[in-house]
Design a protein. Sequence first.
Length: 573
Amino acid sequence: MKIKTKLNLGVGLLFVMIIILSLVSAFYIFSIKKDTENILKANYNTLEYSRNMLLSLDEINIDEEKAIHNFESNLNKQIANITEVGEDVVTNKLQNSFNLLEKNRNDEKVKSQIRQDIFEIMKLNMNAIKQKSDIAKKTAETANLWIAVVGTLCFLIAFNLLVNLPNNIANPIKELTASIKEIANRNYTQRVHFMNHNEYGDVAKSFNTMAEKLEEYSNSSLHKLSFEKQRLETLINNMHDPIIGLDNQGLILFVNDEALKIIGLKSEDVIGKVATTLASTNDLMKSLIVKELRNDTKSVPMKIFADGKESYFEKETVNITIRPTGEDLTLDIGDVIILRNITLFKELDFAKTNFIATVSHELKTPIASIKMSLQLLEKPETGTTNEEQKQLIESIKDDSQRLLKITGELLELSQVETGNIQLNMDKSNPNAIVHYAMEAVKVQAEQKQIELVIEAENNLSDVKADTEKSAWVLINFLTNAIRYSSENSKIMVKLKSENNKIVFLVTDFGRGIDNRYKSKVFDKYFQIPGSNKSGTGLGLAISKEFIEAQNGTIGVESELGLGSTFYFKLNVL
């Protein structure tokens, strides 16, 4: 419980008990006052009236008229102040006796009766005074009891607060003071252990965090830190990859020798300088500190001329974060830029690309010769062939066609990888591209009895594109859709306008693509596990290169069991 809550509850309870004590005292004082006033009004006045009547009765012989008048006045007051049981009967007798006295003022017998009646009235009121005095006494005793009970409770509560509250407040302060003295004496292992979840618990947590940090700092020495710093610098300088370290403000903390070589600057010109300032005069530094604006941006190798030769590097930016001791949040303390030298891999890739291009080009001639020979064999002039020979010819024709397609895709790939894509960007009609592609795959669709349906918006704008390569991509989409669609099904080709782009969509209703493979379908040589392996896995990769070379975008949407939609977007002219 919080200390503030304890104080509020303790003082509040004491305050309430004091109010209750005050109310009880006031109530019983008022009751005693009421009883006292009742005695005074009901009985004491009657005694006063009775005394006055006795005096008046004794003065009749001296001043008869005045005495009779005084007696009558006090008698009327008594009649108006009858309060006790039986007092009215005696008062009536007194009035009757007084009436007789008025007729015969010297009748001693009537006077004697009057005195007896007055004494009877006085006796009744004296008894009443005694009874009411006893009631008042009981009221006072009850008041004393309740005031004592409530006062005792107030005393116990106050005594409990007096004993416990100062200890609850002072003891943690004493312990905290002793711990602070230990910390001042360099005993950083000292900890405060407050189990309560109150203000002292928060203070203890902060104190322990401070002590833990002081202990951590104490255990680390300047010599050890210096040694570790030198070891890290030696390790970084002996790495073959260029490395640059920056803090969270963009200040350059360290640069190894390999990085200095490619930047063309000296260590003293770089370390301690702001990276953006260097970037204003050094183009390579500018390209290194540029952060990617999109997560899906393709990583392009950097070509850098250093040491008299061209080298290729792949940039990797590692964000460095730490979690301070005793805290939950992590802090960003900077970045490390690493340039991985991929020159050897790039050279091997170039060699592979050139080899593929050479082999593909050389294969096209014998494949064309095989196709020409097959055409000669199919002519009747060459000679008759039986059914088995015809089947062999068809098989050889299919294989040669497949080889021709593979070599064509390999040649296209070699153009893509060497950056030699020849684009003929011109004004192109989207509907013409779609119809050209549909005609190219019409025979394949008819063989599987697949219906090709075109849905196009009206008055679509022309696009700026290479018609041949765009149609090639669309044909590839349609070929794949036909391959993975069942017989007697349907394939939708849609054309629509969207944000100054024309979208080409091919939708099939086949088995779809698992979410695990959607991000890989445009990778080179990738084929979905369990699919038809007759292709090379290059078609979609080449399609992606063709579309992106035209500043377009390409993608796929698919749900397993619900078919797939491949699309690409080209800019409006």
